[in-house]
Write a new protein. Structure first.
Lengths: 221, 200
C-alpha cells in the first residue's frame, strides 16, 4: 500500500502530529485515496489495541497486595531489616531416644516471656558421627536469620558438643549413651516459637538440615 | 542525588525528584512506601510483563523482581534516569530472558491472561472481548520482536513516545517508525483473518 505521509500517518492517528504538519497531512488525505485508506486501517487497528488492553483491568488489587506483602517481607529479611534483636538463650540437653532435659543458661528475654506461642525444640539428628562443623554447613546461617526475621526464633542455633553427654535414668543413675551408627546422634538444636507442630515442622522443612539427617521436633512446656 | 537548583527544575525534573524520593522511602522501609510505589508504577510494569510473557504468574514474578531490585539500588540512583524508565527497561530485559528460556511458540493464546484478570472484569465484558482479544493477541505474537515490543510498551504499558525512546535508547522518530510498521502489519494481519474493522 502506497503511503505518501510516511510515519506522519501513525503520528496523526496517535494525536502526536501538530501544527502545520498536521494541516498538510489532513489536506493530503482529502486528495489521496490510498493514503486515506492507510490511515483508516491504522486508526481501526489503533482503536482495537486501545480497547483490548485497558490498563485499569490488568493489575488486580489482589496481585498488588500480594506483591506489597512479598516485597516487605523480603526487605525485612535483608540486612538492616530487623527492628529488634532479641536474644534469649536456652540450653537444651538431649541424649538418646528417651527424651531430653531442658535447661536455661540465661533468663528468658522479655520478648520470649511475653510470646504466647508454644516453644519447640528442633534437635538435629545426624546419620554419621561425628559430623564436621554441622551448623557451619551451607544454609544454616540464612535459615537462622529467616527464623529471627519472622519472629520465630529468639536466638541462634547451638551446636552440641561431640561427646555423648549423659542420660539420667529414672532412678537417678547416670550412664553414657552410646554413639555410632545404631544410635541417634544429635549435633545441634534450635529453639523456636510456632503456633503449633504443623508450623514448627514447616519451618524444619524450609531449613537445610534435612539434606543431612532428620530433625526431632518436641514441644516445650 | 539530584542537586539541581530550583531554577533549573522543570516540571519533568520535579517529577523525577518526587519519584526518587518515593523509591528512597521504600528503600528506607518507611511505612506505606512500598504500597505507594506499587500504586504508582505497578500497573504499567505488570501490564508490560503480562503482554510480553502472556503468563500471569511469570508477570507477577517479574514485577516482584524488578521492584525489589529498584528498591535495593535506590542509594545508587543518580537522578539522570527516572525510576519509571529504569523499571520498564528492567522489565523488558527480564521478559526477554523469560521468553528465551521458555522457548514458547509465538501463537500462544490469551488463556492465562484472561485467567488473571477474570476476577476484575465484568462477565459480560469478558465474554464480548475474549474472542476479539484472542485474535489480536495472536496477531501481536506474530510480529517480529522489535515491533512487538514497541506495541506492548505503547499499548500494553501505556508509555509515551519519549518514554519508549529513552527505554530503547532510540530517537523518537525511530519509535514512530517502528510503531507505524507494527500497527500497519497488525491491521493487515487482522484483515487477512477476516476480522471486521472497528467502527471509529
Amino acid at each position: 500500500m502506497q503511503n505518501h505521509l510516511g510515519d506522519d500517518a501513525i503520528l496523526l492517528v496517535e494525536g502526536e502530529l501538530t501544527g502545520e504538519r498536521r494541516m498538510r497531512a489532513e489536506a493530503h488525505l482529502r486528495e489521496c485515496v490510498q493514503c486515506a485508506d492507510e490511515v483508516r486501517l491504522l486508526r481501526s487497528t489503533h482503536a482495537r489495541l486501545n480497547r483490548a488492553w485497558p490498563l485499569e483491568h490488568v493489575f488486580p488489587d489482589l496481585v498488588k497486595k500480594r506483591l506489597a506483602a512479598r516485597l516487605q517481607e523480603r526487605r525485612t529479611r535483608e540486612p538492616g531489616g530487623l527492628r529488634n534483636a532479641v536474644v534469649a538463650a536456652a540450653l537444651l540437653l538431649a541424649a538418646g531416644t528417651g527424651g531430653f532435659l531442658l535447661g536455661r543458661r540465661n533468663a528468658p528475654g522479655r520478648a520470649d516471656a511475653e510470646d504466647p506461642r508454644p516453644a519447640f525444640a528442633l534437635l538435629l539428628e545426624e546419620p554419621e558421627w561425628p559430623p564436621q562443623r554441622p551448623l557451619a554447613r551451607a544454609g544454616y546461617a540464612e535459615w537462622s536469620r529467616d527464623l529471627i526475621a519472622a519472629g520465630r526464633s529468639t536466638g541462634q542455633g547451638r551446636k552440641l558438643t561431640d561427646e555423648s553427654g549423659w542420660r539420667v535414668h529414672r532412678d537417678g543413675s547416670v550412664a553414657r549413651p552410646e554413639l555410632g551408627p545404631c544410635a541417634i546422634n544429635y549435633s545441634g538444636w534450635y529453639l523456636i516459637r510456632a503456633a503449633n507442630y504443623d508450623e514448627a515442622i514447616d519451618w524444619v522443612r524450609r531449613g537445610p538440615h534435612l539434606r543431612f539427617g532428620s530433625v526431632l521436633v518436641r514441644q516445650l512446656e | 542525588m539530584n542537586d539541581a537548583s530550583p531554577a533549573h527544575r522543570s516540571g519533568k525534573g520535579a517529577q523525577v525528584d518526587d519519584a526518587l524520593a518515593l523509591v528512597r522511602a521504600a528503600h528506607q522501609r518507611e511505612p506505606g512506601a512500598v504500597e505507594r510505589l506499587l500504586e504508582h508504577y505497578g500497573p504499567r510494569v505488570f501490564a508490560c510483563a503480562m503482554r510480553m510473557t502472556e503468563d500471569a504468574a511469570a508477570a507477577e514474578e517479574i514485577t516482584h523482581d524488578v521492584f525489589l531490585a529498584l528498591i535495593r539500588t535506590a542509594p545508587r540512583f543518580r537522578g539522570d534516569a527516572s525510576p519509571a524508565t529504569w523499571l520498564h527497561r528492567a522489565t523488558m530485559n527480564r521478559c526477554r530472558d523469560h521468553l528465551r528460556t521458555r522457548r514458547r511458540s509465538r501463537t500462544v493464546g490469551l488463556n492465562t491472561v484472561h485467567h488473571a484478570i477474570a476476577g476484575e472484569l465484568r462477565s459480560d465484558l469478558r465474554v464480548q472481548n475474549r474472542e476479539r482479544d484472542d485474535i489480536l493477541a495472536a496477531a501481536v505474537a506474530q510480529l517480529p520482536d522489535d515491533l512487538r515490543e514497541v506495541v506492548i510498551l505503547r499499548f500494553g504499558a501505556g508509555l509515551s513516545y519519549d518514554e519508549i525512546a529513552a527505554l530503547m535508547h532510540s530517537p523518537k522518530g525511530s519509535v514512530a517508525s517502528r510503531l507505524h510498521r507494527a500497527v500497519r502489519r497488525l491491521g493487515e494481519l487482522l484483515r487477512t483473518r477476516g476480522v471486521e474493522r472497528e467502527t471509529i
